[in-house]
Design a protein around this ligand. Structure first.
Ligand code: FES
Length: 196
């Protein structure tokens, strides 16, 4: 799994070069995240092909849930909104925030400045609640209280400094009417072997 995450980070860096400020297009973001807006679907699969027991079956494929975070009007500049995603299980603490007009990779809204991330540091799971900072044009989550990692929220949560070596998992957002929804995750939540 760690090899896959490393490959994801490499793609993020390539995209950052292409877009100068790491502004991944929405289409790239969707393709990269592999997020499913549909919560579940049914597909046909073949079991034991080429054997006497070969048979076709229907399988249920579960994707990320679609969860309302808040109404657009609830977002105030630089004031994080906390929620859990993709479930209420361990290590599901997340935050969404409007970066005060600073456009961000994966951002939604008129100014593309609403983004969302996991609250768990990718190093050893340190809690990042309360660590959101505005430093000029920078928008930072950190320092992690355990080993001081910080993450850039404008650039898909890449590491700015510290002990971590993986980007912070980013929650894929969509706007539907006046509401903001979480619909997927880019990156593996700390402490889990699967997000779902
Ligand atoms: S747990 Fe966050 S830097 Fe180590």
């Amino acid at each position: 799994m760690s090899r896959i995450i490393t490959e994801q980070d490499r793609k993020r860096k390539e995209t950052a070069k292409e877009h100068g400020k790491c502004m991944m297009t929405r289409r790239q973001f969707m393709m990269y995240s592999g997020a499913a807006a549909i919560s579940a679907s049914t597909v046909s699969i073949s079991l034991y092909p080429g054997t006497a027991d070969a048979k076709n079956m229907k399988a249920r494929v579960v994707g990320y849930p679609r969860k309302k975070i808040a109404a657009l009007g609830d977002f105030k500049d630089n004031e994080p909104i906390d929620f859990n995603y993709p479930d209420d299980g361990p290590n599901s603490s997340c935050m969404a925030v409007k970066l005060g007009g600073v456009r961000a990779g994966g951002g939604v809204g008129e100014q593309r400045d609403i983004v969302s991330f996991s609250y768990l540091c990718t190093h050893q799971g340190g809690p990042l609640q309360g660590s959101y900072k505005v430093v000029g044009d920078q928008r930072i989550l950190g320092q992690c209280p355990l080993h001081l990692s910080t993450y850039d929220m404008r650039r898909h949560g890449i590491i700015v400094s510290g002990q971590a070596y993986e980007s912070l998992p980013q929650v894929l957002l969509e706007i539907d009417g006046d509401d903001v929804y979480a619909v997927g995750l880019m990156g593996l939540l700390f402490g889990r072997d699967s997000n779902l």
